[in-house]
Design a protein around this ligand. Structure first.
Ligand code: COA
Length: 193
């Protein structure tokens, strides 16, 4: 609803990404178990115990070539995490994901953190394409991804089951060339004429 729409004009301190460490597990568990996050990602039935998180961390470390995750840091404080999943260096694509602390949402951090992942994906890993799956009723995420340059690529009808009903899933994607073009465009806007 319009009245609830928040102003997300860059209302955050300096943002950076750093690798996940074992000491982050308590926070990561909090974020993954957050009720809104659970409703927004997957079927929302899963909660994570401390032991689950330990196993999750071990798997993450073991699969570092396939999946990479980073903590999003705002002004020195961890505020969420982002990831590239199923990294395929032959076809040069990966799936992107993001989960922010409930207190960090609606301030433009999601958009900026996604841009930081673009740098990792397109400039460091030399990927050609990023894609994602988002629930059709998750308007905030769709809006954020569109503002980052993702395009709608398809609709998986009734692909997910959530709160007693089937929900469509939207596939979105962005190519390295599309990101490079918008990067040039942003640079033009920022540089003095
Ligand atoms: C989805 C998520 C990453 C978005 O990050 P965010 O930092 O909250 O989003 P931003 O502040 O960058 O806002 C993106 C757009 O959505 C809009 N928006 C943000 N919060 C909103 C809210 N509560 N209500 C309506 N619109 C909202 C903003 O207006 C903004 O558009 P604008 O740039 O045109 O103003 C974050 O909310 C989150 O972590 N949610 C839980 C996990 C999740 O859903 N992950 C994605 C799964 S696909």
């Amino acid at each position: 609803m319009k009245a609830n729409r928040r102003n997300t004009k860059k209302q955050f301190k300096e943002l950076s990404l750093r690798p996940i460490e074992r000491k982050d597990l308590r926070l990561l568990r909090k974020w993954k178990n957050d009720s809104t996050a659970r409703r927004s990602v997957g079927d929302g039935t899963r909660t994570f115990s401390e032991e689950d998180m330990e196993r999750w961390f071990e798997r993450t470390e073991a699969l570092i070539d396939r999946d990479r995750r980073w903590i999003v840091v705002e002004g020195g404080r961890p505020v969420g995490f982002v990831g590239l999943y199923g990294i395929d260096l032959t076809r040069r694509h990966a799936e992107i994901g993001i989960l922010l602390d409930s207190g960090a949402r609606g301030r433009g951090i999601g958009r900026e953190a996604t841009w930081l992942v673009f740098d990792e994906a397109f400039n460091m890993l030399n990927l050609h394409r990023l894609y994602l799956h988002v629930l059709s009723d998750h308007r905030i995420a769709q809006k954020m991804y569109k503002r980052c340059g993702f395009r709608d690529e398809g609709r998986l009808r009734q692909h997910n089951f959530k709160a007693g009903r089937y929900v469509d899933v939207i596939v979105m994607g962005i190519l390295a060339s599309e990101h490079a073009a918008q990067h040039r465009e942003e640079g033009r806007k920022r540089s003095p004429r």
